[in-house]
Design a protein around this ligand. Sequence first.
Ligand SMILES: C[S@@+](CC[C@H](N)C(=O)[O-])C[C@H]1O[C@@H](n2cnc3c(N)ncnc32)[C@H](O)[C@@H]1O
Ligand SMILES: Nc1nc2[nH]cc(C(=O)O)c2c(=O)[nH]1
Ligand code: SF4
Ligand SMILES: [Mg+2]
Length: 210
Amino acid sequence: MGYVVKEIFKTLQGEGRNAGRASVFCRFVGCNLWTGREADRAGAVCKFCDTDFLGTDGLGGGRFDDAEALADAIEACWAGAAADRFVVFTGGEPLLQLDPTLLTAVRSRGFTAAVETNGTIEPPAELDWVCVSPKAGAPLVARRGDELKLVFPQPGLMPDAVSGLDFTHFWLQPMDGPDRVANTAAAVAHCLAHPQWRLSLQTHKLIGIP
Ligand SMILES: C[S@@+](CC[C@H](N)C(=O)[O-])C[C@H]1O[C@@H](n2cnc3c(N)ncnc32)[C@H](O)[C@@H]1O
Ligand SMILES: Nc1nc2[nH]cc(C(=O)O)c2c(=O)[nH]1
Ligand code: SF4
Ligand SMILES: [Mg+2]
């Protein structure tokens, strides 16, 4: 089983409960809700994506023949002590490729393993941290986890529709793009009126790190 990876980089997790934590990000190529091509954006299920997940041309990207090779690359990217190792699998949609074999390989190297997923695919049980970010118009299969991070506002997916699901933390993350300032104000207002929800800012963008 091989893996196709856009990029592998070390940075601080910018979003959600683990914001500020040193992390290796492994970004897989491909998504099931958008082709990744701008020409297809308007017709995609997910239209607001802020990420380039096409090609293997990013830092540390490439094709990895097996789980051991990719886990070795993740460990090399960490380039540090054995304590507090943390890897975030993202994409694109990581659950199109992430499997128990790769999770076992990174965990055997001392990593705590997290995922950022759109919730359309059931996450493997070997994950230590599951962040689900549901998308309007897409089936929500992953209905439990550690954090639910709703990009806000999304026409057709109101917070009330997912606030009863089995998650420990509930975040509203303002949709980045031309309406970011207005979306942030709307998210703040919703959190004030509905304290189950907390604000998640994309802090890496605020401070200019990857
Ligand atoms: C690029 S996605 C990759 C993982 C997965 N496909 C997903 O959607 O959760 C990583 C995170 O960025 C969020 N995101 C994507 N575009 C965004 C935008 N324009 N503004 C705010 N958050 C965004 C997603 O909702 C998700 O929580
Ligand atoms: N610093 C940083 N934090 C992140 N949290 C989720 C990200 C993602 O693209 O999945 C992301 C990202 O791209 N960079
Ligand atoms: S599901 Fe995630 S990776 Fe796919 S287009 Fe939407 S935000 Fe981007
Ligand atoms: Mg990102």
